[in-house]
Design a protein around this ligand. Structure first.
Ligand code: ADP
Length: 247
């Protein structure tokens, strides 16, 4: 442990190049995806990703509320990302804060670019993401869960949307940051990828890195997204082959 002021800064990278939880730099946390985890929604999915637990539910295409948001030529895509008060160590103030509003907006926009919205004019496709337990990367876990939930609801899309955060920890580029790495690392960059075309539909960055590190991060993130994509497809196959029991 080093120390900066009153804060203890953990050692994020060992001399052998292993991370705080023993992972290699290009290693994902364990991911489990269950498609169709809820009864009531049109589509749903539950994702456990490291210590993150995220539920997504999809309704629609359905009537637009509030009505004035209705568009004559296409469906609107509305996402609400919410962190439960009990999802973090220190109880989070309930409700939609600025961070949740921003995340809801960027996730809506990411899905608008892959959903065939023009097939459902004057309707709304509503995505609810509830973070039950948070340990960094929750917007990515939310996108993965929502994407499987949209497929489960039968919403036509260009492709599923895998997502992952890449960052810089202890001077090295690392895949899928956990909480300590997000808090004490040098950079955090969540991204979402359309696998078939290689198009990025969400890319955000906090912190700092060089152009070379940025390029390396993008490559690592794309590789990570492709691995997550396989798990998403498997979750849907399990659901429709009767593998995983639905709720
Ligand atoms: P993401 O979860 O997508 O990585 P952030 O980088 O904003 O989003 O947050 C990183 C982590 O910080 C979250 O996953 C969560 O563990 C924690 N966190 C975020 N907001 C709060 C909050 N209001 N209170 C406590 N912890 C929080």
């Amino acid at each position: 442990m080093g120390s900066v002021g009153a804060k203890e800064v953990p050692v994020l990278l060992s001399p052998e190049g292993l991370r705080i939880d023993g992972r290699h730099l290009d290693e994902l946390r364990p991911i489990r995806i269950v498609a169709g985890a809820l009864r009531q929604a049109d589509g749903s999915a539950f994702v456990e990703w490291g210590a993150n637990k995220v539920m997504a539910a999809v309704y629609g295409p359905r009537e637009v509320h509030p009505r004035h948001l209705q568009q004559n030529n296409k469906a609107i895509v509305q996402c609400r990302y919410n962190m439960a008060a009990f999802s973090v160590d220190e109880r989070k103030r309930p409700g939609l804060d600025r961070r949740s509003q921003e995340i809801s907006k960027v996730i809506s926009e990411a899905f608008e670019s892959v959903i065939f919205a023009e097939e459902f004019p004057r309707t709304s496709i509503d995505i609810y993401i509830e973070v039950l337990q948070a340990n960094a990367g929750t917007r990515c876990a939310g996108i993965v869960a929502a994407s499987v939930a949209l497929a489960d609801a039968g919403i036509p899309m260009v492709d599923l949307l895998p997502a992952v955060a890449v960052g810089k920890v202890g001077g090295a580029i690392a895949l899928d940051l956990k909480k300590e790495e997000d808090n004490f690392g040098e950079a955090d960059m969540p991204m979402a990828l359309v696998p078939q075309s290689g198009r990025l539909v969400l890319l955000q960055m906090e912190g700092h890195m060089t152009r070379e590190e940025l390029s390396k991060s993008l490559d690592l993130g794309v590789t990570g997204c492709r691995a997550i994509y396989e798990k998403m497809k498997q979750a849907l196959r399990d659901r429709y082959a009767g593998g995983e029991a639905a709720a």
